[in-house]
Write a new protein. Structure first.
Length: 175
């Protein structure tokens, strides 16, 4: 996320002052912030990784590769890249790791909003193809209803088989 503050109206700036970790906002608030973030962005990039790729490479490795790809698309020469919590190897740009960055950096918080809204919208779009798992309401989170659906129907093609969670262990899923 690369901001262009000059393009923003005073109203936009005030609205963006609400930026924080996407998990601290309601779905409605994230949806409201989403177009403001895009309008404020001189550049933005959203990288999506497929389930099977995540399963084969691991979530952390996939996340790092996606983050690096996104930053390489938006970073300009002499750009300082702010990264939430850790430094990336071989980025090719100066970077600063900020622990809890989505609560301390507007750019990181804005990227968090774009990522979460994009993911939730995707999960709602695919819900019609996989109605048994109620993705339109749980967006893939391990709610009691979602776990019950997995017990009844097994995993969908969207479930990460490598996902190591207590919920999956309790369901005794075979990977």
């Amino acid at each position: 996320m690369l901001f262009d503050i000059e393009r923003l109206t005073l109203s936009d700036r005030r609205a963006l002052a609400r930026l924080n970790d996407s998990k601290q906002h309601t779905e409605a608030a994230r949806e409201e912030l989403y177009p403001l973030v895009l309008r404020a962005a001189a550049k933005s990039s959203i990288v999506v990784r497929c389930v099977r790729g995540i399963d084969s490479r691991g979530l952390h490795v996939s996340n790092l590769a996606g983050l690096k790809a996104a930053l390489e698309r938006v970073a300009c020469e002499d750009t300082l890249c702010l990264v939430d919590g850790f430094r990336l190897k071989n980025l090719g740009h100066e970077q600063m790791a900020i622990v809890d960055g989505d609560t301390k950096s507007a750019a990181i918080a804005a990227a968090s909003i774009l990522a979460k809204v994009t993911r939730d919208r995707y999960m709602r779009r695919v819900a019609d193809r996989h109605p048994e798992w109620d993705f339109h309401t749980n967006v893939g989170y391990s709610t009691p209803e979602h776990r019950a659906a997995i017990r009844t129907h097994g995993v969908s093609p969207l479930h990460r088989l490598s996902f190591a969670s207590i919920a999956y262990q309790q369901l005794a899923l075979d990977g």
